[in-house]
Every structure is written in C-alpha cells, then in structure tokens.
Design a protein around this ligand. Structure first.
Ligand code: UT7
Length: 385
C-alpha cells in the first residue's frame, strides 16, 4: 500500500479579462451588484484558438515541470470537465497527445464543479492500490462557450481556466489521507447543461432539451444551489476530516470550490471557524467550475499559504448534484529546477506535437496503400492459421 502525494501543481488562465463593468455594458447588472452578491471582480475568457484541452495541457505541463516528471513516465491522466470539445475523443486523450505521455491511460470525468475532487480521489486510490505509480489530475473549463450571455443570473458568475496536480506514490505516510464523494440526482434540474450544445440537431426538435431546458446553455436555480452548497460544505468537511482522524482545529487551510464568497462565509459560520481558514481567489477568476480548486491551490501556494506538514482540505460542490471533499497532508517539497532545463523541457512538447503529426501521416499512408483482402483471401488466411 502506497501513499499518494501531491508533488506538482500548475494552473493556466487565458489572457483576456472580462470585468464586471464590461458585463454591465452587456446585460442589466453592475459591478456593485456582482461584487456584493458573489465577491467576483473579473474572470478570464478563452480566445478563439484556446480550447478546454489546450488550457488543460498548459496547466498539466506546468505541474509536470514542478514535479520534475517526464511526460513519458506519466501513467494516468484524468480531466474533470463539463465543457469538453467532444464527447469523444476525451479531453484527457488530447492532453495525452499534446504532452507526449506515451504510456498513460486517459479519461474524462463528469462531476461538474466537484469533478477535480472526484478525480483526485480516483487517482489516489489507483496509486494507493499500486495500479499506477503516478497520475495527473486536471480540472479544465471553457465555461464562456456554454453560457447564455443574455442571462444575467448566470453569465456574470463563470470564467475559463485550468489547474492540475501531479500525484506520485511513496511509502512515506501522508498525501491524500481521506475522501468523501456524494451525489443527489434528484437535484439535477437545479444546475444543468444539455449534452448537445455545439450543434443542436434540428431533426430532434426542441424535445431534445430535457429538464425543462428552453436553451442549450447553463441553467441554474441560484438560490437553491446556494442553500445546498452551504449545507454540504460543512457536512462533507466534517465527515472527511473524521475519516482522516483529524479535528477541525488541525486543519490549516481549506481550498473550496470558488463560487461565491457569501457561500464560504455561511459555511465558516456553520463550522465555527474563521473565514480566513478558507482560501479565496474568486474575485480574480470567477467560478471556473472543475478548474477552480486546482487554480486556487496554485494561488495559495504562490501566496505562501501552505507549509510542509499542513493539513489541507479540498471541498467541491455543484451540478449533479454532486459534492466531495479530500484531506491532504502537504508534505513533499518540490525540487528546484534550473532555467536551462526548464527551456529544454518546453521543447519536448514541440517534439510531441511533431511525433503526433508523424503518426497521423503514417496512418494515412498505410490506409492509402493497404489493399483490404477479399472475403476469399480472408478465409484462406484463417484456414492457414
Ligand atoms: O458552481 C456551481 C455552484 N453555483 C453556485 O454556487 C451559485 C450559487 N448561487 C449564488 O451564488 C447566488 O444565488 C447568485 C449569485 C447566483 C444570485 O444571488 P442571490 O442573492 O441569490 O440573488 P437572487 O437570485 O435571489 O436575485 C435577487 C435579485 C432578483 O431581482 P428581484 O426578483 O429581487 O427583483 C434578480 O433578478 O437580483 C436580481 N439579479 C440581478 N441583478 C443585477 C439577478 N442577477 C442579477 C445581476 N445583476 N447579475
């Protein structure tokens, strides 16, 4: 039995900033309303060239660099997302290709804003049972592509971005200590997004939009989701720290899903702990769904909020309904990496793209010149065997 330690972390935000004042020019809202009700000041929006997979790749490459792990050593890639470009191939497979992670299994995970914690739990179990030696868990979203930009109740909340962690097996006790995953499908209609959002198929008619959807964008009952969130944050944290044999006073930092500062204020009161024990960066990024916890983790590390041996809690909640929490012992100091090596590391991804293109060409050439055997020839071959 191994312990799954976080040994690398990285995040990526698109350059384009959309402020509350920008939104006030698009819908009937104001900076004052948005900031006082949510704590959000601005969010990032992906450019036309950026996709969930490219954002995920950037975050993963940074996490691998910090972990000092070569992509060819990666054994598992999990991408938590609600905004894949394709149902298949998965976003995780695209990231695998971009990284050149030639020995990795890869799959997407759908648990909305709880997806990163779900992925962390799955990956840590795979490491603990020695099914894999390491894994990358990524939360990545381009929420801007699935919003109704005329709906002021939702378009002001969300942003784009990606965050990733590298987990590695070790016999040193620590890492992911305990997790709790929960769901309640009866509340699915409170926060939802129909699957066919790129090309509504006309032949299906409007009935394809289930759950009372009138459009193919995010729909939310904000008040009910708010009430649900404040309840489950407290209960899932209490349940998970008890599993890890810890008390709330032994938790140094809680990194929650970044949805709304008022949700965190209420949860802190329920848990009877100071609000400062929660790390918040929603003001700068908005709600980035599955990406929000790993992005916040990176900012917390950057701000010096995490020290070796700290007990950290991740807690997510959102569509499904789903909610989840994990307790982590933060006890691996990453190695220092010198700059020339870093430059060299970036070059490996150019090589990976080249290799990917060569493979595509090879497949095309084989396809062009291979002659498919006639049924008679196939039977002859089978007889010979
Ligand atoms: O990541 C998944 C988890 N998602 C969440 O956690 C979201 C949880 N919900 C929330 O954060 C809050 O419910 C919101 C921020 C979405 C809304 O805040 P609220 O305090 O619950 O507002 P409300 O929906 O009760 O609306 C209050 C008023 C309404 O007007 P009336 O009916 O009182 O006249 C809304 O029409 O505010 C109005 N309103 C707005 N006004 C200006 C709603 N959106 C806006 C807006 N700007 N953007």
């Amino acid at each position: 039995m191994k312990y799954a330690h976080i040994v690398g972390w990285g995040s990526f935000r698109p350059d384009k900033i959309l402020t509350n004042n920008d939104l006030a020019r698009m819908v009937d809202t104001s900076d004052e309303w948005i900031y006082s009700r949510t704590g959000i000041r601005e969010r990032r929006i992906a450019s036309e060239k950026e996709t969930t997979a490219t954002l995920a790749f950037e975050a993963a490459a940074r996490a691998l660099k910090r972990a000092d792990l070569h992509p060819s050593q990666v054994e598992l890639i999990i991408v938590a997302t609600s905004t894949p470009e394709y149902i298949f191939p998965s976003t995780a497979c695209r990231v695998q290709d971009y990284l050149g992670a030639t020995k990795a299994g890869a799959f997407d995970l759908s648990a909305a804003c709880s997806g990163f914690v779900y992925g962390l739990s799955m990956a840590s179990q795979a490491i603990q049972t020695e099914s894999v030696r390491n894994a990358i868990v990524i939360g990545a979203e381009t929420m801007s592509r699935v919003l109704d930009w005329d709906d002021r109740g939702t378009c002001i909340l969300f942003g784009d971005g990606a965050g990733a962690v590298v987990l590695k097996g070790s016999s040193v006790p620590g890492g992911v200590l305990a997790s709790t995953l929960r769901s309640d499908g009866s509340g699915g209609d409170l926060l939802s997004l129909p699957a066919v959002y790129h090309n509504p198929v006309p032949v299906l008619g409007p009935e394809y939009l289930h759950n009372g959807h009138k459009k193919n964008t995010v729909e939310m009952n904000g008040r009910q989701v708010f009430r649900f969130a404040t309840q489950v944050i407290a209960t899932s944290i209490e349940e998970t720290i008890a599993k890890a044999g810890l008390k709330i006073d032994e938790i140094d930092l809680i990194v929650p899903h970044q949805a709304n500062t008022r949700i965190i204020e209420t949860a802190a009161k329920r848990l009877k702990i100071p609000q400062e024990r929660f790390f918040m960066n929603v003001d700068a990024v908005g709600n980035t769904s599955a990406a929000s916890i790993p992005i916040a983790l990176c900012d917390a590390v950057h701000d010096g909020r995490l020290r070796p041996d700290d007990n950290v809690v991740f807690v997510g909640f959102g569509g499904g309904l789903t909610w989840a929490a994990s307790v982590i012992k933060w006890n691996v100091t990453p190695p220092e990496i010198s700059l020339p090596r870093r430059e060299w590391k970036r070059a490996r991804y150019i090589v990976a793209r080249g290799r990917s293109k060569l493979k595509k060409w090879r497949r095309r050439i084989i396809d062009r010149f291979s002659v498919s055997p006639t049924p008679e020839a196939r039977m002859r071959d089978a007889d010979k065997k």
